[in-house]
Design a binder for this molecule. Structure first.
Ligand code: SF4
Length: 228
């Protein structure tokens, strides 16, 4: 969709409530909160764009694009690295073994998938679950940024070194220093933690991950106290 048409589309009061939207460097900006229905529609538009994407070589080997899913009105957004084998087959994020662990992690602090929104940095699976390449991250990052702009979470839990480095614009080698620390990014609290797949490989890291989860719950509760 061309920018002019996109602006017109976003400015529709009927569709988006009272928020005024515009597009700047392909990032959607908004002046106010929008309705849940408005967010769903704008996310659907973006999803349709991503489903057709051929901006990097991963489109040649993917089975399904994994756009992301969850509550568009969430307080907490989870950002992972890239789809794995199961996710690539089903077109949904975190549905394999790591996804089952992620569900348990959320449950342990009183949340379910329906409470949060889950997306990855890459929307297509790197073959053999290899690490994302810099050019793939560059090609795909804008989609994640637009998802965040639409959803407007108060807290982002980054899962693993790639998601952390992309959101905080740091080297992935800084993950060991950043994990478990509350970082500020554009007014959003970002909390880096381990990727669930890494926790499956290194069970000894679970104790530290539990501390991160408790911190996430505390951030959420403090935010609720402030806003209620
Ligand atoms: S990984 Fe991202 S940039 Fe690459 S083809 Fe898939 S959606 Fe497009």
């Amino acid at each position: 969709m061309k920018n002019d048409k996109l602006k017109q589309y976003f400015k529709s009061e009927e569709l988006l409530g009272r928020g005024i939207y515009w597009v700047e460097n392909t990032v959607i900006k908004t002046t106010s909160n929008v309705t849940k229905e408005g967010k769903v529609k704008v996310l659907d538009e973006l999803k349709n764009e991503v489903l057709r994407c051929k901006k990097c070589e991963l489109h040649k080997t993917r089975n399904k694009v994994v756009f992301g899913e969850g509550n568009p009105n969430c307080v907490i957004m989870l950002v992972g690295e890239a789809p794995g084998r199961e996710e690539d087959l089903q077109g949904r994020p975190f549905v394999g073994e790591a996804g089952k662990l992620l569900d348990k992690m959320l449950e342990a602090i009183g949340f379910s998938r329906e409470d949060v929104y889950i997306a990855n940095v890459l929307k297509c699976r790197p073959p053999g679950n290899r690490d994302p390449l810099p050019e793939e991250i560059r090609a795909c990052k804008d989609y994640l940024m637009r998802q965040i702009e639409i959803i407007k979470p108060s807290i982002i839990l980054t899962l693993g070194k790639f998601a952390t480095s992309v959101i905080l614009d740091k080297s992935r080698y800084e993950f060991s220093r950043l994990r478990g620390k509350i970082c500020d990014w554009k007014g959003i609290k970002v909390l880096p933690t381990f990727h669930p797949a890494a926790l499956l490989r290194h069970r000894g890291w679970k104790k530290e991950a539990w501390e991160h989860l408790k911190l996430l719950r505390r951030l959420y509760d403090e935010r609720e106290e402030r806003t209620n």
